[in-house]
Design a protein around this ligand. Sequence first.
Ligand code: GLN
Length: 468
Amino acid sequence: MIGQETIVSLKQKFASGDLTPADCITQLYAEISSGDAEIGSYLNCELDKALEQAKNADLSLPLGGVPIAIKDNINTLGETCSCASKYLESYRAPYNATVIEKLLAAGAIPFGRTNLDEFAMGSATENSALQVTKNPRALDHIPGGSSGGSAACVSANLAVASLGSDTGGSIRQPASHCGVVGLKPTYGRVSRYGLVAFASSLDQIGPMTKTVEDAAVLLEVLAGHDPREATSIDEPVPAYTQSLNKGVQGLKIGLPKEYFGEGIDPQIKTKILEIAECLKQQGAEIVEVSLPHTEYAIATYYILAPAEASSNLARFDGVRYGHRSADVSSIDELNVKSRSESLGDEVKRRIILGTYVLSSGYADAYYEKAQKARQLISQDFDEVFANVDALLTPAVPHLPRKRGENSDPLKDYLEDLCAIAVNLAGNCAISVPVGTLGDKNLPIGAQIIAPHFKEETLFQVGSAIESL
Ligand code: GLN
């Protein structure tokens, strides 16, 4: 099974001559064709293009010949970029995102487009307008979201690794629910150029993998300054793999008390505290810390993210690309009908909410106030990181719920209780699988949070937790 390979193991097979990249793509395509019927992680896979790339693969490059699945909101020239929306269902990307350029330059083969919540808005992938995705570990449960397809294909051994995007937890939460590794880089670490914008001050692209080592290998390729992206930061890219397996001796790890209280499943809390105890035995110093403004994170996010979304999604006007309503007699009617006909309920809800909080008379009370709260949340992290190297928390507050069981959007907004403050503050964080719970063996993840541009610490602590 190709899908069982990691990036590192696949590279070894190529290097030893046991497998060629072309055979790898052919076999993986067959595995996806038979295996994904049940899971629904992929929206489509372009075999011929990938085979062509595989035949020319340069095995001396860091990811030579390695297929990487891509969330369908990241532009890859000539391929779909539907954002799982009826609006963009027939759209084809006219250019490559910077991350795709970087993958190609490193020899990788972007292969397969994965399902998501429409425009990455959601936590269950149930807001996809195109397809259902199931949790490979328990088919009647959600895979999480919005990068549910990218998590599910890796978890189901139908991909070696994938890319997701994380605006408010969308890499870490599905990674946790599906039992894979998911990393949200520091804001500005990975270029957003070519990622369909949801909330531009929060969005980051990141790796979803089977191992912490693979996440390090992939981030090393993805990270770096991009002159085409104004918020991309010009910081050197460390050799992340050198931070693996260094142990945690001498590291100071904080347990923020707000992440172990109300709203957190006690079994998950117990599991994460056990992990902390193990890290202590390996020489880490464990201290309780406080991030006092955590309780405002969800409310702050659900003002700022919809505000930015309402502005970003104004480009989908029925004129330039995407769905165009047929029977209209004015430009206004064209805009309204094209959007009304093809955007889903959650996307409409966000646009309405965002327009409301930005509207004159309300912007001070909502948008401006949320910006101030964001500042306080950010300062909490700065203060706590003056004293600790990393934070350890649950990645999600509870086990993955059953599919089709949620009729209240507010409940799903709480899925990202442990994730969202990190996006608001711009820090980096990783979710690492730490076993399963309950009679269905549902996966749980531990989240490690580190200061800005300290992804090395995520890999150091992440590999220690993985080896437990
Ligand atoms: N679940 C959150 C939302 O619906 C986060 C989404 C994301 O990170 N893209 O906004």
